[in-house]
Design a protein around this ligand. Structure first.
Ligand code: HEM
Length: 221
């Protein structure tokens, strides 16, 4: 059973999801190991600061949630290690302001947890396309070693009482911010959609930074 908050977020972030889907063009946009590495690299640029910001929020205990529920940056790093980190673009840093409230953080966590649903569908297609065995460099999509269904259910239960207008508004703001961060990291680093791809809209990568988020280049260390 969905919490009111999760229902609210699903309804009001549909456009954010569709925009990100169009930008990532998955699963068809990943045709080579380098494509996959570029994508995972962009994702970790967003995931890691988001997760770190979530860890720093007070109040998780009030709703009975682990601040690290569903953390997946380690899986992104592991997948990149499997791929040998080939020719990924220069590192980018997402400049992220801290979350201002627990509901905002809950909204962002919703986005990170929810992405596992898409990952489940994406993983087998990418594995087939690249000739990977199950879970090879797709640990993030599959949330290997984790139980995303249980995490999602725990999240629904814990957020059932966050149903005031202020909580819903705060959560929506946090969810939109998370989508913006991921979108900005992708816009700065993912070179597709490109002409000639089935998903190709002929658009080059957009300018770095979308909405309230700034992405800055960091010289390789
Ligand atoms: C990193 C990028 C992505 C993020 C942050 C993200 C986020 C989310 C979120 C928050 C949900 C939960 C919606 C709900 O409340 O039920 C969701 C569900 C879903 N996403 Fe994504 N998503 C991402 C990429 C994708 C991609 C590329 C696809 C397409 C292949 C996709 C397909 C789906 C599907 C099929 C669901 C389940 C929808 C449902 O059962 O109602 N996602 N995603």
């Amino acid at each position: 059973m969905r919490s009111l908050l999760a229902e609210h977020l699903r309804t009001h972030t549909r456009t954010c999801h569709a925009r990100l889907d169009a930008r990532l063009g998955l699963p068809g946009s990943v045709r080579t190991r380098t494509d996959l590495a570029v994508l995972l690299h962009a994702l970790v640029t967003a995931w890691q600061p988001l997760e770190e910001a979530l860890h720093g929020v007070d109040g998780w205990a009030e709703v009975g949630l682990d601040p690290r529920l569903g953390d997946a940056s380690d899986l992104l790093h592991r997948d990149l290690d499997v791929l040998g980190r080939p020719d990924t673009p220069a590192a980018h840093v997402v400049a992220l302001r801290p979350f201002g409230s627990l509901p905002e953080a809950v909204g962002a966590r919703y986005v990170l947890l929810g992405s596992a649903m898409g990952g489940r569908a994406i993983a087998p297609v990418v594995e087939h396309e690249l000739g990977l065995v199950r879970g090879e460099a797709t640990g993030f999509f599959r949330r290997s070693g984790m139980d995303p269904g249980a995490d999602w259910a725990r999240f629904q239960r814990a957020t059932a009482d966050l149903d005031t207008p202020a909580a819903l508004a705060g959560a929506l703001s946090g969810a939109q911010l998370a989508f913006d961060v991921i979108g900005a990291a992708a816009a700065a680093q993912v070179p597709w959609p490109l002409p000639g791809r089935p998903d190709g809209l002929g658009r080059p990568a957009g300018p770095a930074g979308e909405g309230r988020v700034r992405v800055v280049s960091r010289p390789p260390s």
